[in-house]
Design a protein around this ligand. Structure first.
Ligand code: ADP
Ligand code: MG
Length: 244
């Protein structure tokens, strides 16, 4: 392709041309050629936008609904999984709270939701409670944290993993409450916790704040209670057997 066209395409960020991915068949009419060019550009931009959303979501690993065994985890039915994977609840701004002991699949489901949503075009942010506290506290002094908080605030779906494992200070609890209050009317929030709601007051150290928090979160909310034994423990790998 002509050098000047390449230079101009670069200047105007027409990646279909500057990336060399636009290879139309010979003999197209002007109109068909232009349409082909615009289609290639659109597809590339969508692909890049998806990559960027996946990067920003910071989902630590891929977990899918299809790998989740509901025979093992009786707290969640296949119907509930199907409804979750359809994401209509996200469109309707429902929240999702996953409660249960360690190793029972809470993070798995949270990640499956996140992966599905990010690929469906939603802006997603995954964070542990601990990391969320860190970015909220350091947003004033760290540009990296500030950028993360900005992303979290403009997300369609915020996933907070592991509320309850690590203690939360009074200041942190207030930061958390302010964030949820600010976003809950336009963002779906997924929270996983090893503690039931009664335990949240203890974790966040303030019963009144937790009542107000739960009031916001549970107004439109699906709560799933995970039961039974740990999948991790039942499927653990051992390096040597009892008998050698
Ligand atoms: P939790 O967050 O409740 O502590 P995880 O979701 O991290 O538990 O689950 C621990 C491991 O076991 C993960 O690798 C997860 O994929 C797997 N796992 C848990 N429950 C199931 C299940 N019902 N079906 C398939 N894999 C499961
Ligand atoms: Mg977990």
């Amino acid at each position: 392709m002509n050098h000047e066209i390449r230079e101009l395409a670069k200047r105007y960020h027409l990646s279909a041309i500057s990336s060399g991915k636009f290879n139309p068949p010979e003999g197209l009419s002007n109109e068909a050629y232009l349409l082909e060019l615009l289609r290639t550009e659109t597809a590339l931009r969508q692909e890049n936008a998806t990559k960027e959303r996946i990067r920003q979501a910071k989902l630590p690993t891929y977990k899918g609904f299809e790998e989740f065994d509901t025979n093992f985890q009786r707290g969640v039915t296949t119907y509930q999984l199907e409804m979750l994977s359809k994401l209509e609840w996200l469109e309707q701004l429902f929240n999702l709270i996953l409660i249960g002991p360690p190793g029972t699949g809470k993070t798995h489901i949270a990640l499956a939701v996140g992966n599905k949503a990010v690929r469906a075009g939603y802006n997603v942010a995954f964070t542990t409670m601990d990391n969320l506290m860190h970015v909220l506290k350091t947003a004033e002094i760290s540009t990296k944290s500030a950028a993360r908080v900005r992303w979290i605030k403009k997300c369609d779906l915020l996933i907070v993993d592991e509320l309850g494992y690590l203690p939360v200070s009074k200041i942190e609890a207030n930061f958390f409450f302010s964030l949820i209050s600010e976003i809950y009317e336009r963002t779906s929030i997924v929270i996983t916790s090893n503690k039931g709601f009664e335990g949240w007051a203890e974790v966040l150290g303030d019963a009144i704040l937790v009542t107000a928090l739960l009031d916001r979160l549970t107004h439109q909310c699906q709560v799933l209670q995970f039961t039974d034994q740990s999948y991790r423990f039942a499927h653990r790998k051992e390096i040597f057997s009892a008998e050698g």
